[in-house]
Each structure stands twice: as C-alpha cells, then as structure tokens.
Design a binder for this molecule. Structure first.
Ligand code: PAF
Length: 288
C-alpha cells in the first residue's frame, strides 16, 4: 500500500520504518511519462521509492504561471500507486515555508546564464526546495530528467558543495511521438500551438545534424537553430545556446558533449528543450 503523507513529521515517521535504500523522485505533480520513467528507474535501483508532489512557489517569478500551474493530485496518486511507489510527500506551502522562513541557497555561476538569466531567482528556489526535500526524505538516490539540463547541474553542484549524502541520477528526456519533450506545461498549448511546439526539437535536430556533418562553429550552430525557429510564426525564441556542459559558457569551437539548449515562447507558454551534441548522426538525444 502506498502511504501518502502531507506533513514532515508524518513522512519522517514512515521513512524511519523503512530499512533499505530509498530512491526519491521530486516532482511538481501533473505527472507524465517523463516523471513515470524516473519512478521506474528509482523502482529498479532501490528497495523503496518515494515521490514528492509540491508546486514550489519560490521557483516561480512574480509574472510566471504559479497560479495556473496544472494540478491533479488524485490522478497523480493513482499513477504513482500503479508504479509501485511506497511513500508520497505532498505538503502544503505552509508546511514547507512556515512564517519566518528566510534561508535560501545560491548555487553560483552555473545558475546564472540561460534559465537563470531568463528567470531570476528560479534556481535559488529550486536549490532551496530540493535541499529541503532531501533533508526531509533522506534518500540514497534522487532522480531528475535531462529535459531540465541546467537544473541537473544546479542540483549536482548544490549536493556536492553541501555534502548531501544523495546520489543524483539523471534520466533521458521522454518525448511525444512527434518529438516534443514531455512537460506538464504542454497542457497549456492550443492545437495550433501544439503543432508549432515541435519547432524546439526540430531546431535541436538541425544543430545535431550540422554538428554530425562536421560544423564546429558555435555561431553557425546557433544560427542554424535560429533559422528553424524563425520559420515558425508562432515561436518567439528567448535564447538559443550551444554551451559547455560543465560550466555553461557559450562555445566558439564546439566539441562532442556540448549542450545545445533553447527556450521558446509559443503563445503564452514557455517551453525549454536541449540535447547533447555528439558525432553520431543518430544521436539518442533527439532521435526521430
Ligand atoms: O523539476 C521539477 O519539477 C522541480 O523543479 C523540482 C525539482 C521538483 C523542484 O521543485
């Protein structure tokens, strides 16, 4: 039986009764196949699996989509139960951020460009809540999706620098049949926008194809992605990047293992996607 908890005390009591490794899948709910792939990996690698469902207000900017972020707790719990999750932590905002709460974690340079520049304060909110969730749930391993590439770097940095005893496991991006990366935010897309949203993966595929064909100039790869985006009338690019995967500095000369990433607005919906460039033309990252 899956045990659903909403308070820290209740979760800790249930956690204390488990002997054996715990795999944690932190989520903001409205689960899709991407989340479930993390749960399955955690299930395979640990004696027990916990999932958290918490739409964390501190990682949303004042003009972002916190109020309309999709929520469906009963559906999420049914999905988690089906995947054999043992423990769920679904706290209220007051449980996580009681009056007087004031500590936050600033991860430094890796949190500054790309999403960090577009969404000031976002990674402070992410690092802080993930640290709290690690402290509350005490997992041996925690599972995150490659779709949020910069988030994975931020969480790794935080975990290393604060000596948190958690192994961070990054799992591949799960895509719709037409290539669109799964995201809870895809639900915002109107039918025309949904069709246009494949422009992100199309731009990444273009960069990957050019890289595999020998293009090594960062400018040219970024320009090739922009050209794909510019051909889609509903797309408004926010950034296009080909960066070093460890520190995210933009590359002039690109080598295998670089991170191609982009953020694009389709109507009012902001989408992100990425792939790791490699020499193999049939890269798994954005494979057709
Ligand atoms: O990736 C997410 O869903 C969130 O950023 C996370 C890691 C659950 C923190 O709120």
């Amino acid at each position: 039986m899956m045990h659903v908890t909403t308070t820290i005390a209740e979760f800790r009591a249930a956690r204390a009764a488990l002997t054996g490794s715990l795999g944690l899948v932190p989520t903001m709910g409205f689960l899709h196949e991407g989340h479930l792939s993390l749960v399955r990996r955690a299930r395979a690698e640990n004696a027990f699996v916990a999932a958290t469902i918490f739409v964390n207000p501190t990682q949303f900017g004042p003009s972002e989509d916190l109020a309309r972020y999709p929520r469906d707790l009963p559906r999420d719990l049914a999905l988690l139960q089906r995947e054999g999750v043992d423990l769920v932590f679904a706290p209220t905002v007051a449980e996580m951020y009681p009056p007087g709460f004031s500590v936050s974690i600033d991860v430094g340079p890796v949190a500054t460009p790309l999403e960090g520049a577009a969404r000031p304060g976002h990674f402070r909110g992410v690092a802080t809540v993930v640290c709290k969730l690690f402290n509350i749930t005490a997992p041996q391993r925690a599972y995150f999706g490659q779709k949020d590439a910069q988030q994975t770097l931020v969480i790794r940095r935080m975990t290393t620098d604060l000596n948190l005893p958690v192994e961070i496991v990054i799992c591949p991006t799960i895509r719709e049949p037409d290539g669109l990366a799964m995201s809870s935010r895809n639900v915002y897309l109107q039918p025309e926008e949904r069709r246009a949203a494949t422009v992100l993966v199309r731009a990444l595929r273009e960069a990957q194809a050019r890289f595999a064909a020998g293009e090594r100039r960062g400018d040219m790869l970024r320009a090739a992605m922009h050209a794909v985006l510019n051909a889609e009338p509903l797309a408004r690019p926010e950034y296009v990047s080909v960066a070093d995967l460890t520190d995210l500095h933009e590359l002039d000369q690109v080598t295998s293992g670089a991170l191609a990433s982009l953020a694009v607005r389709i109507g009012t919906t902001r989408l992100i996607d990425n792939c790791i460039l490699d020499d193999d033309h049939h890269s798994q990252e954005v494979a057709r």
